[in-house]
Design a protein around this ligand. Structure first.
Ligand SMILES: C[S@@+](CC[C@H](N)C(=O)[O-])C[C@H]1O[C@@H](n2cnc3c(N)ncnc32)[C@H](O)[C@@H]1O
Length: 457
């Protein structure tokens, strides 16, 4: 079973895998490795490291205008899987146009940082690495693409992770990491329990060196636990910490630990799928005002893919994309205008994200409601006049307002900029009317033009 349909929705290879034949005709170095199949079409031997490297070169040049050099003695990155991780980060940080990120262990390719800044031209990346060859090649790859103003490759000591790399006077939007996966050479060679005996041979070659694959003080679990421990010292500097994991068992172990910790960090987990490969991921933050976007949560359970997918479909946030001419700030003003107009009790959770609670339906049948409201106001005035003498008005009003406090809905609202267009996302969180977010969105759409006219006048 291929997992491509579970790739990130913005992953350009999700419905459009690389065309090997086209690439082979265009890129001479790839040509020798692309073979015609007897039944038509072409194939590439993923177990041949030369073929894998030539394909990576071709894909990066063709789709990202990136020229890189890779060593056959080091990890050759799989681009579609890297995109899954990066798009997830883009979602986590709210599609920020400007961001500063950190990549722990950039490898010789420096792939996370190169793709990150290619897709987000205003981002900056700080990349750490312990392996001298990787540092040299990563630096050259950055220079080869003239991205040294945006990407800094820093050689660190193997005992260092965050301490000594991060600057406590600076702010970073995210941290990412693809840690060395294995505990020792036995595990790295697949001789221990990472693959069960019933699983077939890996579909592609691994060119990773020992230094890249092995963290001999406990593999990726220990590596990530160390990052988590050190992250406490930078809770006010880094908004979102993330890491990828090569094994599901590592995720289970780390989550078990996090649950036991009585701490002020909150986290989510997710999976990245591509071809026959799955990777796992975890994101955590100490920012109590931050709400993880719904689409970033884990959405796959290997054995119940269909069920999970259906559930996920129900959770997909409503969205509304605006014309390029509307800035995020304009839409922000509009939203806050609507929240006030509909008397929704709202709270900013970040610059472009809110939650609102509604305790009465103020968006449907507005005219009738307004008439009712006027009637009610008249009755209240009469009551007030009658009761003023008895000094009991306050009590009555307080009692009736608490009696009516049944929550219709809590809704999460976010704005994100992508390709110069602002998109509004709304997700129903809880309450008695699960369609309420949809109804409010409809109200917003219906009143957008009249708001614009009002503003222009
Ligand atoms: C699995 S590789 C990931 C390479 C690349 N980011 C990728 O995804 O293809 C892990 C990398 O982390 C580096 N590394 C190991 N310990 C490190 C440390 N303490 N600080 C920074 N990098 C480290 C290794 O040299 C290796 O290049």
């Amino acid at each position: 079973m291929t997992l491509n349909e579970y790739m990130h929705p913005r992953n350009r290879y999700r419905n459009n895998p690389s065309n090997f034949e086209y690439l082979a005709n265009k890129y001479e170095d790839l040509k020798p490795y692309v073979k015609k199949k007897s039944k038509g079409g072409v194939t590439l031997d993923f177990r041949n490291s030369h073929a894998l490297r030539a394909l990576t070169y071709a894909v990066l040049k063709e789709d990202f205008n990136l020229n890189i050099q890779l060593s056959l003695e080091r990890l050759i990155p799989r681009i579609p899987q890297k995109l899954n991780y990066l798009h997830w980060i883009e979602d986590l940080i709210g599609m920020k146009e400007q961001a500063v990120g950190i990549d722990i262990g950039g490898g010789c390719s420096c792939i996370h940082a190169l793709l990150a800044v290619r897709m987000n031209p205003l981002w900056e990346m700080i990349v750490s690495e312990i392996d001298p060859l990787n540092v040299k090649m990563a630096t050259e790859n950055v220079e080869r693409n003239h991205l040294q103003n945006q990407i800094k490759v820093i050689r660190v000591d193997p005992t260092m992770l965050l301490h000594g790399l991060l600057d406590k006077t600076k702010q970073y939007d995210f941290l990412m990491c693809n840690p060395p996966f294995f505990t020792d050479i036995i595990e790295a060679q697949g001789l221990s329990n990472t693959r069960t005996s019933t699983r077939h041979q890996a579909n592609s070659v691994s060119t990773a060196s020992d230094i890249e694959m092995i963290f001999n003080q406990g593999g990726e679990v220990s590596f990530v636990k160390r990052i988590i421990n050190e992250s406490y010292s930078y809770k006010n500097n880094v908004r979102l910490f993330t890491t990828q994991l090569g094994k599901k068992s590592s995720l289970t172990e780390i989550v078990k630990d996090l649950k036991l910790m009585n701490n002020d960090l909150h986290y989510i987990t997710s999976e990245f799928c591509q071809g026959h490969t799955m990777r796992w991921a975890i994101a955590w933050t100490f920012d109590q005002t931050y709400i993880f976007p719904t689409e970033c949560h884990s959405h796959l359970a290997s054995k119940t893919i269909k069920k999970a997918k259906k559930k996920e479909a129900e959770k997909v946030p409503l969205n509304w994309t605006f014309d390029e001419k509307y800035s995020m700030d304009y839409i922000k003003k509009y939203l806050e205008y609507i929240f006030n107009e509909l008397k929704l009790s709202f709270q900013n959770i970040s610059e472009y994200a809110w939650t609102f609670d509604a305790y009465e339906n103020t968006w449907s049948h507005q005219r009738r409601k307004r008439r009712h409201q006027q009637d009610d106001e008249q009755t209240t005035t009469t009551k007030r006049l009658k009761l003023d003498d008895e000094q009991s008005m306050v009590n009555i009003e307080q009692t009736s307002s608490t009696i009516n406090k049944i929550k219709i809905c809590s809704v999460q609202v976010r704005l994100q900029m992508y390709n110069k267009k602002c998109t509004l996302y709304m997700s129903f969180v809880d309450g008695i009317n699960s369609d309420a977010a949809n109804q409010v969105l409809q109200y917003m759409k219906n009143h957008f033009v009249s708001y614009e006219t009002k503003i222009i006048q």
